[in-house]
Each structure stands twice: as C-alpha cells, then as structure tokens.
Design a protein around this ligand. Structure first.
Ligand code: 13P
Length: 252
C-alpha cells in the first residue's frame, strides 16, 4: 500500500498577532501552492478569522490549538467546537505536552475533546510523547500506548482512520534536540501497532502519525520518508517562511 498523504502542520503556539498572521499566510500560500504535502497552520484563536479569510482558495488548512468539549455554557475563557467549525477550522490540536504540563490537561479531557471535535465535523490532531525521565526509565512505549489508548476510547474504527496522531517526545520540543530518525520511527511504529491491536490493520494503515520535536528544513526529508512517519507537527520552524516552505517541500 502506498504511504499516506504527508502532512506538514505548523503549531505556532502563542506567537504572531492577527495582522502578522495574515501577512505570513499571504506569503506562505504562494510558496506552497501545488505542494504534495497537506499544509496546515495551527494558529492562536484570535488569528483564526483573518487567516481563514486569507487562505481561501489556497491549499492551506487551518488548525486551532485547543478547544473545550462542552457545546456551550459557563466556561469563562473557553471556546467550543461549534465556534471553531463556524469559522471554517479543519483541525484542532489537542493534548499537546505544553497544555498537559501548564494547563493540567488529562488523557480523559483529551478523549472528551476528540469526541467533540469529531462530532462537530473537524479532525483532532492528538499529541502524545514521553518525558526524558520516562525515556531513561524505559517506559516510553507503555506511556505513549496509555496516552493514545485513553484518548481514543469510544471512537469508531472509521473515526480513528481519519484522525491524526502526533508523537512529540517532550525532550525534543523546542530544544533543538531532534529524536533520531530511528527513535521517531520506532515510537510511531509502536503507535501504529497499537492501532492494529485496537482497530485492525486496515484502520491502522490509514491513520496519519506525525513526528514533532525540533523538525527543521534539514531533517524533514529523512523523518518524513520513514515508513510510519506521515509528516511533522512543527513548532519554531513553522514561524519562519523559508524554513516552513522547505519542510512542506521536503521531497522536492
Ligand atoms: P518545536 O518544533 O519548536 O520543537 O516544537 C514542536 C512542537 O511542540 C510542535 O507542536
């Protein structure tokens, strides 16, 4: 079976103002037109309306970086799936290690968010990954399997075939220390094997699994060529036009 469509997804985190965001995607859309990879920009909530407008007619899709699972209600400061869908958002990043660490996001919350995102007709990008201590203790596989198993509870095989999973070892995020291609491939393979166990081979073959953690123009090609790696969730390098363009065109 041929490999899945590669995804180059930027996670801007808390960077760029709404006007900077529009300026950025206006330049990006010409640079990545016609790319073989699917291009996604994960932008701050306040940038979403302007960015959606700017990317109309281009091949760039827009992701939010968080969402609440309830449809509405007294949740000061939160944003619902319906609100994001109404703006034209396609993807929502959930379970990022920064949200787990600084905002106490749990696997159970991530599971509720995944359910709500799918019900709203959007696609979750579910992040997982071990800390340096966990890697050194030799529990990476158990930890990542547990995170993903709980995040996916109650999802159908058909839904799992459409979601995106991002393996992001915490020790490689923003550190400049990329996992080796072999380390990244090994854990992405473990995740795919878990999907085979839970949902069968046909489903597991369809689900896209990204690698994230210091992805750059000079390592994207090798990473994305691995059998179980279907692209990247890119932080710092997605804020720079030249770098992100090269990551999108990794195979050019
Ligand atoms: P960096 O690419 O800056 O290491 O960030 C990775 C990440 O957290 C993407 O979600």
């Amino acid at each position: 079976m041929s490999k899945r469509v590669i995804m180059a997804a930027g996670n801007w985190k808390m960077n760029k103002t709404p006007s900077e965001a529009v300026e950025f995607v206006n330049s990006l859309k010409d640079r990545v037109a016609g790319s073989t990879a699917e291009v996604v920009v994960g932008v701050p909530f306040v940038c979403i309306p302007g960015v959606i407008e700017a990317v109309k007619g281009s091949n760039i899709k827009v992701a939010a970086q968080n969402v609440h699972w309830e449809p509405n209600g007294a949740y000061t400061g939160e944003v619902s799936c319906k609100m994001l869908k109404d703006l034209g958002v396609d993807y929502v990043i959930i379970g990022h290690s920064e949200r787990r660490e600084y905002f106490a996001e749990t696997n159970e919350m991530i599971n509720k968010k995944a359910r709500a995102i799918l019900d709203a007709g959007m696609t979750p990008i579910i992040c997982c990954g071990e800390s340096l201590t966990q890697r050194e203790q030799g529990v990476t596989a158990e930890h990542v399997r547990y995170q993903i198993k709980v995040a996916l509870l109650g999802l159908s095989a058909e839904e799992v075939s459409r979601i995106v999973i991002a393996y992001e070892p915490i020790w490689a995020i923003g550190t400049g220390k990329t996992a080796t291609t072999e380390q990244a491939e090994e854990v992405c393979g473990i995740i795919r094997e878990l999907l085979v166990e839970l949902y069968g081979k046909d489903t597991a073959e369809k689900t896209r699994i990204l690698y994230g953690g210091s992805v750059k123009a000079d390592n994207a090609k090798e990473l994305f060529a691995m059998p179980n790696i279907d692209g990247g969730l890119v932080g710092g390098a997605s804020l720079k036009l030249d770098e992100f363009e090269k990551i999108v065109k990794h195979d050019a």
